[in-house]
Ligand binder design. Structure first.
Ligand SMILES: NC(=O)C1=CN([C@@H]2O[C@H](COP(=O)(O)OP(=O)(O)OC[C@H]3O[C@@H](n4cnc5c(N)ncnc54)[C@H](OP(=O)(O)O)[C@@H]3O)[C@@H](O)[C@H]2O)C=CC1
Ligand SMILES: O=CCCC(=O)O
Length: 290
């Protein structure tokens, strides 16, 4: 099966490599084209533009940074729309429901099929095929793409109409971003009050709020090590989009709003390209110590 893949960042590279390893023929494109070369060793072909990839493949997957990138790849010159008639397009980027709907409407108007399919899980689950796929849109395209989703993920959900996948993903990441801030505050409080924060990790892990994120990120946070698995700038984008969803639905979200402020502050400190756990640095900053 010839599948297209647009966007070879942290996630896209891992996901496209996984498909190649499992026997899919994959044609890749990335804005910085040189990044495509790395996948040729695994058997990938390179497309010179989104349009050429879509033309060649039955369906094309995208994994792009944000709404602006997702729109640009579809609507710009040599974009997805040029050859989408009779083809499928699956956007796995984390975007808001409005962006997804705009893309869906344009693709349908040109005779293509559309599925949004953002994922839960980060770099390692992407490498290991352990993502959780949150799909919505064209059910026939979902059924067609299931063999690929089964390689990329451990579980796929079909959530109905376009927008539901985007919303589910934003709610999940809003909870995760808020938890990360509470966790960072707790680590800092433990340390400042004379406790060993490593012992706090052990205590947390044995109790009712034990979770994979604390377990994975805690030890590296204590070493001030923030090699990016999930870039902080993307987590802040997700908080911003989740808060907008809260605005639309008149849902008061004071905890998420505070977490968003901390991620914004981290970005202003130049930490946007580090892992989202680098928000911990904002709690260690001087204005948190007086
Ligand atoms: N990392 C993670 O743990 C997870 C991330 N996500 C989501 O997946 C998406 C990708 O994340 P991730 O791989 O980490 O991000 P990266 O920042 O590593 O990669 C972003 C990708 O988007 C491309 N891109 C950015 N702007 C444009 C543009 N204007 N036009 C075309 N391409 C563009 C980049 O191209 P170039 O190489 O040229 O810069 C790159 O391929 C995001 O929506 C993120 O929120 C979802 C789950 C987990
Ligand atoms: O969008 C990123 C999610 C990261 C994760 O689920 O660990």
């Amino acid at each position: 099966m010839e599948v297209g893949f647009l966007g070879l960042g942290i996630m896209g590279k891992a996901m496209a490599t996984n498909l190649l390893r499992h026997g899919f023929k994959v044609t890749v494109w990335n804005r910085t084209l040189s990044k495509c070369e790395e996948l040729v060793q695994f058997g990938a072909s390179i497309g010179q533009s989104p349009a050429t990839v879509v033309k060649k493949c039955k369906y094309t997957i995208a994994m792009l940074s944000d709404p602006s990138a997702a729109l640009s790849v579809v609507f710009d010159k040599d974009g997805v729309l040029d050859h989408i008639n009779g083809k499928g397009y699956i956007d796995m980027s984390t975007v808001d429901a409005d962006t997804s709907s705009k893309i869906s409407e344009a693709i349908k108007a040109k005779g293509g099929d559309f599925l949004e399919a953002p994922v839960s899980g980060s770099k390692k689950p992407a490498e290991d095929g352990q993502l959780v796929v949150l799909a919505a849109g064209d059910k026939a395209l979902y059924d067609e793409a299931l063999p690929a989703f089964d390689i990329l993920g451990k579980k796929s959900f079909f959530l109905g109409e376009v927008g539901n996948g985007a919303k589910m993903k934003l709610v999940v990441n809003m909870v995760m971003g808020s938890m990360m801030n509470a966790f960072s505050e707790g680590l800092t409080l433990a340390e400042r009050s004379g406790l060993n924060p490593a012992t706090l990790l052990d205590v947390l892990d044995l109790g009712a709020i034990s979770n994979g994120m604390f377990k994975l990120k805690g030890p590296t946070m204590l070493q001030n090590s923030y090699s990016p698995a999930f870039p902080l700038k993307h987590q802040q984008k997700d908080m911003r989009l989740a808060l907008a969803l809260g605005d639309e639905n008149a849902v008061s979200m004071p905890i998420a709003a505070a977490a968003n402020e901390a991620f914004k502050k981290a970005r202003s400190m130049g930490l946007g390209d580090l892992d989202f756990s680098a928000v911990h640095e904002t709690y260690k900053a001087p204005d948190h110590s007086s």
